[in-house]
Write a protein that binds this ligand. Structure first.
Ligand SMILES: Nc1ncnc2c1ncn2[C@@H]1O[C@H](COP(=O)(O)OP(=O)(O)OP(=O)(O)O)[C@@H](O)[C@H]1O
Length: 301
């Protein structure tokens, strides 16, 4: 039986008169990988800071492992938060960070950390302030993975990491997660890269949750229909349209929901092309400003 590690109801966070988080509800289950997605400024970091006890909500109820996180050291000990721009004491080297880590994380695996250091080719004796941007991100990734914290947050963890290093991160995360299940929340803009890694997707937009769904359900939950504009428009009439693109007489319309066999056969008869919409495309549609676009307001592909 899975248990709920985070329960939030009606969370609100205001910065002065600006409401960054506008009453969100969340339930994060044990042993799942969550994608916390959304455009710049959507509120992802603010949510993670509240869940890790770094920020107090202005309103709402929040329980992490059954308690308000900020007030309970035993809850905080089970969390790991890797921020986008992790800060370390002046003159620290990665070796210092790795030596200090077991003080903070009871499940710390030093051998795993060492292997990750080799994977990322991290110069452990070099001062952190001299590291390249990608190497600095790698320090955070190593700590986040080797901490094996029951609830681990990676907030856009890989600024500057090259494609090889990012794939090492995904591989090691999946491999280690299979052996040591825990709850991981990953915030990223590289949605297509992580799409297959995520088990659940939470999409935030302007401080509200737009989507909170099993990733499997989300994958293939929208379809794009492409072909001559008139034919496409006839086919999608009365269906829930979530995006429109096109140029000249050609249109590509994204509709919410799966098509059944009869619909697919009809589309084939009409010579229309159907394609599953990727998670990234879906999120662009759901959070994009062209969302309300009419066929006249077309965007060239
Ligand atoms: N300390 C602060 N004071 C005032 N406004 C803030 C503060 N911190 C964040 N904000 C605002 O709150 C909103 C949410 O910010 P947040 O950092 O949570 O977004 P995000 O989804 O993590 O964005 P990004 O993807 O760009 O990192 C933004 O509009 C931001 O400008």
């Amino acid at each position: 039986m899975t248990s709920t590690v985070v329960r939030a109801q009606g969370l609100v966070k205001r910065y002065g008169s600006f409401t960054a988080i506008d009453g969100i509800d969340l339930a994060l289950e044990e042993g799942r990988i969550y994608g916390l997605l959304g455009r710049n400024g959507a509120g992802k970091t603010t949510v993670m800071q509240m869940l890790t006890g770094q920020l107090f909500p202005n309103a709402g109820r929040l329980e992490v492992f059954g308690r308000p996180p900020a007030e309970h050291a035993d809850v905080l000990r089970r969390l790991c938060f890797i921020a986008e721009a992790q800060r370390y004491p002046e003159d620290f080297t990665p070796a210092h960070v790795l030596r200090a880590a077991p003080w903070f994380f009871e499940h710390w695996d030093a051998a795993f950390a060492e292997r990750l250091v080799a994977d990322f080719r991290l110069p452990v004796k070099r001062r952190i302030k001299k590291l390249s941007r990608g190497q600095l991100s790698a320090v955070g990734v190593v700590v986040g993975l080797a901490s094996r914290a029951p609830l681990t947050f990676f907030d856009e963890p890989y600024l500057g990491l090259d494609a090889v290093a990012r794939h090492i991160f995904y591989d090691r995360l999946l491999e280690d997660y299979a052996e040591h299940p825990r709850t991981v929340v990953l915030s990223t803009h590289l949605i297509d890269e992580v799409a297959n890694l995520l088990e659940h997707v939470i999409l935030i937009d302007e401080g509200r949750i737009l989507l909170d769904r099993d990733a499997e359900e989300v994958r293939g939950s929208a379809t794009s229909v492409a072909g001559p504009r008139e034919v496409v428009e006839r086919f999608v009439a009365d269906r829930p349209v979530i995006g429109r693109d096109g140029i000249g007489g050609l249109a590509s319309v994204t509709i919410d929901g799966r098509l059944d066999r009869a619909d697919r056969a009809r589309a084939a008869e009409l010579g229309l092309e159907l394609a599953a919409v990727s998670l990234q495309q879906l999120i662009v549609h759901l959070t994009g400003t062209e969302l309300t676009g009419t066929p006249e307001k077309e965007v060239a592909a």
